[in-house]
Design a protein around this ligand. Structure first.
Ligand SMILES: Cc1cc2nc3c(=O)[nH]c(=O)nc-3n(C[C@H](O)[C@H](O)[C@H](O)COP(=O)(O)OP(=O)(O)OC[C@H]3O[C@@H](n4cnc5c(N)ncnc54)[C@H](O)[C@@H]3O)c2cc1C
Length: 304
C-alpha cells in the first residue's frame, strides 16, 4: 500500500517526469506498457493483436492539458488515428481522456472536441470510449457523456468500482441504455469517496458486473484479476448469457497469456493500446498497480 501510494504520488510530479522522459534508458523500459511513440508503431501492435483474434482500442497518451491549442491538436491526432483504423480495416476503436480534450480548461470545449471525434468515428463505424479520470472529474465526465449520447450511439463511458457512488451511476446508466466499461479504478482517491480496502472494491466490482451482464447491453469488463474474470465466466454460464454478449478488456503488456486464453475459449477480448510521447503518468499508474513491476523496470534499465 505504501509503495502504491508513493508511485501514485510520483505519477503527479511534473519535475521528475521532465527528467525521466529525457532519459533514453528509461524510455526503453516503457515499451512493456506503451506501444510506441507514433501511430505507425501502435498500428503494428494492433495488427498483431487482431491476427490473434483480439480487438483493440487506441489511446493517444495525454492528460491534464492546459491550453486550447494542445486540446485541438489531440482532436487532429484522433482524426488521423480513425483514418488509419479505417484505411487498414483494423478491429479497433479509440479511448479518449476528458482532460486531454480540454475538460480542465472548460466543459464546453471538451464536449465540442469529443463531439468531433465521436462524429468522425461514427462516419467510419467505430466506437469511442470515454475514460474516467480522478473523482474530481466524474460529474462533468458523466454530464458530457450524456450530452454526446443524446446525439450519437457509438460512445460509451467508464465506471470505477472503487467509488461509493458507482452503484447509483451504473443503475442510472443502464436505464439510459449506456454501454459501460467497468474497471476497479486507477487513481489515488480519499476514503471519503472510494473504498480504502481492495476487498471492498473487488466485492463491488462483482455486484456492478452482474448488474451490467443482466442488462442485455454490450459492456466491457476491464480487469486482469482472475477472480473477477472467473466470477464473470461462472455468472454468464449460470444465467445462459452468450459469451459474445460482452467483452473482457485488458491493458497492453499485462497478462497476455490470459488475453489469449479467453480469446481461444470464445470470449470477446479487447486490448487497450496506448501510444505517444506523453507516457509518464500512464506508465507510473501501471507500476503503482503492481509495485513488483518496479523490479522489472530496474532490471531492464541496467540490461545492456
Ligand atoms: C482496458 C482497461 C481500461 C481501463 N480504463 C481505466 C479508466 O478509464 N479509468 C481508471 O481509473 N482505470 C482504468 N483502468 C485501470 C483499472 O482501473 C485498474 O487500475 C487496473 O486494471 C488494475 O486492476 P485489475 O482489475 O487488473 O486488478 P488488480 O487487483 O489490480 O490486479 C489483479 C492482477 O492483475 C495483474 N495486474 C494488474 N495490473 C497489472 C500491471 N500494471 N502489471 C502487471 N500485472 C498487473 C496482476 O497479476 C494482479 O495480481 C483500465 C484498465 C483496463 C484493463
Amino acid at each position: 500500500m505504501v509503495a502504491k501510494n508513493a508511485l501514485l504520488y510520483l505519477s503527479r510530479q511534473e519535475g521528475l517526469k521532465n527528467v525521466l522522459t529525457k532519459m533514453k534508458i528509461f524510455n526503453k523500459v516503457t515499451k512493456r506498457f506503451v506501444a510506441g511513440e507514433t501511430i505507425e508503431q501502435a498500428v503494428e501492435v494492433v495488427k498483431e493483436l487482431n491476427s490473434r483474434g483480439i480487438a483493440a482500442s487506441f489511446d493517444h497518451l495525454g492528460e491534464s492539458i492546459k491550453n486550447e491549442a494542445e486540446a485541438n491538436a489531440e482532436v487532429e491526432e484522433y482524426a488521423r488515428i480513425l483514418d488509419t483504423i479505417n484505411e487498414r480495416d483494423l478491429k479497433c476503436g479509440v479511448s479518449i481522456k476528458p482532460t486531454q480534450l480540454g475538460l480542465d480548461i472548460n466543459f464546453d470545449l471538451f464536449v465540442k472536441n469529443a463531439s468531433k471525434i465521436v462524429e468522425k468515428a461514427a462516419s467510419c463505424k467505430r466506437f469511442v470510449r470515454i475514460d474516467m479520470e480522478d473523482s474530481g472529474h466524474t460529474d462533468a465526465t458523466l454530464q458530457a457523456f450524456r450530452q454526446l449520447r443524446s446525439k450519437f450511439d457509438n460512445v460509451g463511458i467508464v465506471i470505477q468500482a472503487y467509488l461509493y457512488r458507482s452503484k447509483a451511476d451504473v443503475e442510472a446508466l443502464l436505464k439510459e441504455g449506456a454501454s459501460i466499461r467497468l474497471c476497479k479504478g486507477a487513481y489515488d482517491e480519499p476514503a471519503s469517496v472510494a473504498f480504502p480496502k481492495k476487498s471492498d472494491t473487488d466485492a463491488n466490482y462483482i455486484v456492478l458486473m452482474q448488474m451490467m451482464l443482466d442488462s442485455g447491453i454490450y459492456h466491457g469488463l476491464a480487469t486482469h484479476d482472475e477472480a473477477m474474470i472467473n466470477a464473470a465466466v461462472e455468472y454468464t454460464a449460470k444465467k445462459g448469457i452468450d459469451k459474445k454478449a460482452f467483452e473482457f478488456q485488458m491493458l497492453y503488456g499485462v497478462r497476455r497469456d490470459l488475453q489469449e486464453k479467453l480469446a481461444r475459449e470464445g470470449y470477446n477480448v479487447r486490448v487497450y493500446v496506448p501510444y505517444g510521447s506523453h507516457w509518464y503518468p500512464y506508465f507510473m499508474r501501471r507500476l503503482a498497480e503492481r509495485p513488483a513491476n518496479v523490479w522489472f523496470v530496474l532490471k531492464n534499465m541496467f540490461k545492456g
